[in-house]
Design a binder for this molecule. Structure first.
Ligand code: BTN
Length: 161
């Protein structure tokens, strides 16, 4: 049966089959932390390289208390371990802003995985006049956290609609 004819045809996402879990050299699934102390949990990518996850930012310019926020991304499935990827974090639980990250996976001289990323953070402004100050740019470096999943967030959690 072709993928598009299966149970996942509606979403176009392959949930549970043909996942690259444990295969390939660009498995981004798991816990990561950046130099700000922000943490994210990335779930297994599907066969097309689409993935979801959860992001807990250590910093925020919003007024409301920080909450864990959903992320959606897409990665290349290269076999050389140096894949590029991108993901979007929707902060709507506590902020009007949106962040997009782009990055690439590497291994350092000790074999430790590192994600070098750049990001654009779009703040909500009230008028066109203020558009010039709406976008912030930056970089983050993520390293793996050796943490077991804590119940609710399995690395094979589906990409829900
Ligand atoms: C907001 O402040 O409106 C939402 C949170 C934004 C957090 C940003 S995203 C880029 C940078 N990297 C992080 O881990 N956190 C900040």
């Amino acid at each position: 049966m072709k993928e598009a004819e299966g149970a996942n045809a509606k979403s176009g996402l392959d949930r549970g089959r043909n996942q690259p879990m444990g295969r390939g050299k660009c498995n981004l699934a798991g816990w990561w932390q950046n130099e700000l102390g922000s943490e994210m949990l990335v779930f297994n990518a599907n066969s097309k390289g689409n993935f979801s996850g959860e992001y807990y930012t250590a910093v925020s310019s919003a007024q409301k208390p920080i909450e864990t926020s959903p992320l959606r991304g897409s990665q290349h499935l290269d076999e050389d371990g140096k894949c590029t990827f991108g993901f979007t974090v929707n902060w709507s639980k506590f902020s009007d802003s949106t962040t997009v990250f782009v990055g690439q996976r590497f291994e350092d001289h000790r074999g430790q995985e590192v994600l070098k990323t750049g990001w654009l953070l779009r703040h909500k402004v009230n008028s066109l006049h203020d558009d010039w100050q709406a976008t912030t740019v930056g970089t983050n470096i993520f390293t793996r956290l050796n943490r077991k999943e804590e119940g609710k967030a399995s690395p094979t959690a589906p990409l829900s609609a």
